[in-house]
Design a protein around this ligand. Sequence first.
Ligand code: ZN
Length: 383
Amino acid sequence: MKPTLIRNAHIHAPDPLGPQDILIAGHSIAAVEPSIDLAGAHVHILEANGRILVPGLVDALTHPCGGGGEGGFGNRTPELSAADFAQAGITSPVGALGTDSITRSLEVLFGHIMGLRAQGIDAYMYTGAYRVPPATLTGEVMRDLVLIDPIIGVGEVAISDHRSSAPTIEELRRIGADSRVGGIVAGKAGTILVHVGDGEIGLSPLREALKGSDLPITTFYPTHANRNQRLLADAMDFARGGAAIDFTVSTTPEFIADGEVPALRALREALTNDIPADRLTMSSDAGGSLPHYKDGELVGLQPAPPSSLIQSLREAASVSDELFTAALAAMTRNPARVLGLAQKGRIHPGHDADLLLLDADSLALTDVMCRGRWLFRDNQLLC
Ligand code: ZN
């Protein structure tokens, strides 16, 4: 495969690097320099003409084989394809089961993740689901982590939610220990993505599980931390202790009216409260259902779109350069670090060639590359 030289791109790595040339060889970024002189038949040259180049998005929570089912079988959300992710700039989605781990299984999720990989999306997955003890592929969380390549952690384990299985503190500790040791053996992060619901108890089960154990606080990675102002305050306190927390970008006007804090506002609030920026991440929850309950009754539902991440990035850019950089880091470098994906989330020599080109004015996505392969080129889908 010929190397590709992209010339004159405004690179946000995610930190702004200004105009640079970037050389891609095989699956990786070979060089990022103000000017790279390579000519002739042995290199593909792409003139970026000042377009913006950012890392491919690392989405810590997606539901590639659909979600939902709350309110009955008529409310299941559809599967997500490689094209759905590519067009949304998500080069590394991490797939999870959710509420329904009966009619959707880890076997189905695994097949779907491998299918996405075959089509060029560098997808990963969690073992487990909302329910505890966690569903697994091999019978044990630890074995799943050690033996199955795309499994990088456990999730979404649900707490503080009427849809959770009300895990005991002992159960949370056991999952924490198994995931941690499995991660150590396999050289993976073994992070546990924790779905936190509206329940009054908030993150207290995680605090209690940590108190009586030797587990580091980074074992647990709470998501939906912007669900309401009370949970946001609780999660910021948890992050002050060293944990990473995740904000869900996909939302509805009803959710906001019910007290959800928009993800960008939550990000700004956390930064204003001096939470270290690298502990803050944003995910799409793509494919998950956005249910709406009234008085405990389901009254409506829609699937969360993968495009909510890049849409949020555009909104951040319209506010300030600082917010754009913080939001981009929260969708690239930060989740890559939290999930132990060392080759992901940065435009840097030696890292995977996962990158997006955006129009300098509209920030519309024009090109997507994942591990050196174009998935979207000049607005044309190639996967
Ligand atoms: Zn969730």
